[in-house]
Design a protein around this ligand. Structure first.
Ligand SMILES: [Zn+2]
Length: 177
């Protein structure tokens, strides 16, 4: 997970929401990715998708049966769906995304009985550096709010403690007092 956090830091440096992912196969990292939606003008360029594309290319296989993904935040519906399509074996995430997580928080795509592949998952635990994973995002949005005119951030911060990917968690409404 520390490697996924490293990826998240790369996203932060370029102004992207800091989420990172690595994909492993036989306990070796075969692909890395960080959120690149803005850079690529691509709403699908979440860290998981970026890493997934690299891993599939590397293995020359669109199925990643023996692979696991480590991602700093619980995957969203799009990413969880892509991971199911890739037949990923396991998802390990750092912090829960209470606003859009699709393993457990909002949707339960990873283990849905309606889909023909189920992904084991585990996350939101200290051993997966959940606090560090949440902090990097939390601080990112805190900094952003500050840059947006020093608005009192107390509304958003508590959410962000456990929340992750949700774009809406950065309260940038100018009406907020
Ligand atoms: Zn996603």
């Amino acid at each position: 997970m520390s490697q996924a956090i490293k990826e998240a830091s790369k996203a932060k440096k370029v102004g992207e929401v800091p989420i990172g992912a690595v994909i492993t196969c036989d306990d070796k990292i075969i692909a890395r990715g960080f959120n690149k939606c803005i850079i690529l003008s691509d709403p699908t360029a979440h860290a998981e998708i970026v890493a997934l594309r690299k891993a599939a290319k590397k293995l020359k296989n669109y199925r990643l049966n023996d692979c696991s993904i480590y991602v700093t935040i619980e995957p969203c519906a799009m990413c969880a769906g892509a991971l199911v399509n890739a037949r990923i074996k396991k998802i390990i995430f750092g912090a829960y995304d209470v606003k859009s997580g699709a393993c457990k928080s909002v949707f339960k795509i990873a283990k849905s009985k309606k889909l023909n592949h189920k992904i084991e998952f585990d996350g939101g635990k200290e051993k997966y550096l959940n606090k560090e994973c949440a902090d990097i995002i939390k601080n990112f949005f805190k900094g952003r709010r500050k840059n947006n005119g020093g608005e009192q951030g107390s509304t958003g911060v508590a959410e962000v403690m456990t929340a992750g990917r949700s774009w809406s968690m950065a309260p940038q409404k100018s009406t907020e007092k």
